[in-house]
Ligand binder design. Structure first.
Ligand SMILES: [Zn+2]
Length: 345
């Protein structure tokens, strides 16, 4: 890694406002961009068609559509099509994929229902493309957050639930359930018992590490525990919302190991990095000491994890991702689990 990208990685969590204008990340020339290890085979997606999407049959009449960055799903039934998430990144290609599959199979292409996995715009911002005459279903917190956010691209759900909901369309059953906050307060588990599939978004990335701060997640403990809840369901295929592959149970286990390694490494770093000399050095500037101490703990904890997963999971050598996730987990260990530090004698 170059010194400059190392510096950008180190500064990223502190000065995100500046990082977009820093030379390392706003470079006009690709020659200035940092280089990384080749993407491992486990992280590779499918070839895209001329429109920029790939649609695959997951099981029977359940399909996944991806641009190798985002992934959503749809179910074709004799009574209409149900769409699960509408990422703007895929946008009109969702419609194209539905038309391609329904034409090939001689079933209706009329979209009648849409299910929201959670309220985030990057997964629902193309919802408006399907108009106002469909039934939208989501968690009650999704409705509350969408009413708060007032985004016309994401019409609020008409049908909401608190703990669980069974969607029945055209002879198919889909089980929606909320098991507590994780990536977001409203992120739900979407189980297709007749399709051997679970859809659970923005926690596990098939073949890749999470991006910044545990995939931009709100609740560290909820996020860390969610994969075990996902594995409690019976399924072979996991639609996880990002990148090009439908995930397997092995992908979830590898993700769990990555998070567990960060937790163990963070505990070890908290126990071994001595803040005393740092606070003595900075004297009355205690915030400078806090910064230096937390950076030292984060680097100590993250370095072996980055080394272990480089070449194993995509993005593992983009060290700011593991740095920021490690920082969030290390703070959760201190603030949620406790103790935050020694009690003054
Ligand atoms: Zn999200």
């Amino acid at each position: 890694m170059s010194l400059r990208s190392r510096a950008a990685a180190r500064d990223g969590p502190r000065i995100q406002g500046e990082i977009v204008t820093s030379p390392a990340t706003s470079a006009a020339s690709p020659a200035d961009l940092p280089e990384y290890a080749p993407v491992p085979a486990i992280a590779k997606g499918a070839p895209l068609n001329e429109h920029g999407y790939h649609v695959r049959q997951v099981e029977r009449n359940l399909y996944a559509v991806t641009d190798n960055v985002y992934m959503s799903a749809f179910l074709t039934t004799p009574d209409g099509v149900v769409i699960f998430d509408a990422p703007p990144n895929i946008g009109h290609n969702i419609r194209r994929a539905v038309d391609e599959v329904t034409t090939a199979n001689g079933v209706t292409n009329q979209v009648t229902h849409m299910v929201y996995s959670h309220h985030h715009a990057d997964h629902q911002g193309a919802s408006f493309l399907f108009g106002g005459d469909i039934v939208r279903i989501g968690h009650e917190e999704t409705r509350r957050l969408l009413l708060r956010d007032g985004d016309a691209a994401r019409p609020v759900p008409d049908v909401t639930f608190s703990d669980s909901y069974t969607l029945e369309v055209g002879g198919e059953h889909v089980e929606l359930a909320w098991h507590g906050p994780n990536h977001s307060p409203d992120n739900i588990y979407i189980h297709f018992p007749g399709h051997d599939t679970l859809m659970f978004i923005d926690v596990v990335n098939a073949g890749w590490i999470p991006i910044y701060n545990l995939n931009l997640s709100d609740d560290v403990i909820g996020y860390s525990g969610a994969p075990a809840i996902a594995l409690d369901y019976p399924w072979t295929h996991l639609i996880s919302g990002h990148l090009g592959r439908v995930a397997t149970r092995e992908d979830v286990a590898l993700h769990q190991q990555y998070i567990a390694d960060i937790e163990a490494s963070s505990r070890e770093a908290l126990a071994s990095v001595n803040p005393g000399p740092i606070f003595q050095h900075y004297g009355e500037n205690v915030w400078a000491a806090v910064r230096a101490y937390l950076d030292a703990v984060t680097e100590h904890a993250a370095a072996p994890v980055i080394a272990k997963y480089t070449g194993v999971l995509g993005g593992a050598d983009i060290d700011i991702y593991t740095w920021t996730t490690t920082f969030a987990i290390m703070q959760s260990i201190r603030l949620d689990r406790g103790p935050s530090g020694p009690v003054h004698p």
